[in-house]
Write a protein that binds this ligand. Structure first.
Ligand code: RP5
Length: 178
């Protein structure tokens, strides 16, 4: 797996040919080791997504323009991952009315607790839907669920996915009894 989004091969399926509905952003290319899971699961569901490094601290002007322009470009959900002093998701949420899903990226120290606490405790009025530390896959699935509120075909794919999880658990349960 590639360590940065620009070097990673994009999914070659149909989703990569369509206009992106989900914006996956992260504070650094070093976050890609976690954040690629959001892109991967969205590709599995056929949801087109774009990937961009946007740093709250190192590229603040880009943070503002990306957040302000995302809705008009057709983005419907933003997934924002950051580590340490993880201000990206909250700042994006303050600059757009799109739903923002925050992914706390674990770094070398503090086991990601710093990232989690930086993202989760938002002031009333500016929501960020925070997933678990390193939970980029769930962020992708949650974004798909948000989009599926207006997309029956996508909802059906999500239901199939859940059925698959259930069947896998039951198969392991059966195997235990052999
Ligand atoms: C945060 O600082 C990024 O989201 C990243 O998790 C962390 C470290 O960034 P690098 O020093 O690896 O670029 O803003």
């Amino acid at each position: 797996m590639s360590e940065n989004p620009t070097a990673s091969p994009a999914p070659t399926d149909e989703a990569s040919q369509q206009a992106p509905l989900v914006g996956i952003i992260m504070g650094s290319d070093s976050d890609w080791r976690v954040m690629h899971e959001a892109r991967d699961v969205l590709a599995e569901f056929g949801v087109p997504a774009e990937v961009e490094v946007v740093s709250a601290h190192r590229t603040p002007e880009k943070l503002v323009s990306y957040s302000r322009e995302a809705r008009d470009r057709g983005i419907r959900v933003i997934i924002a991952g950051a580590g340490g002093a993880a201000h990206l998701p909250g700042m994006v949420a303050s600059l757009t009315t799109l739903p923002v899903i925050g992914v706390p990226v674990p770094l070398k120290y503090l086991d990601g607790m710093d990232s989690l606490l930086s993202i989760v405790q938002m002031p009333a009025g500016i929501p960020v839907a925070t997933v678990s530390i390193g939970g980029a896959k769930n962020a992708g699935i949650l974004a798909a669920r948000i989009l599926a509120t207006g997309d029956q075909a996508l909802a059906a794919r999500l239901a199939d996915y859940s059925d698959g999880l259930r069947d896998a658990v039951e198969a392991k349960n059966d195997a235990l009894k052999q």
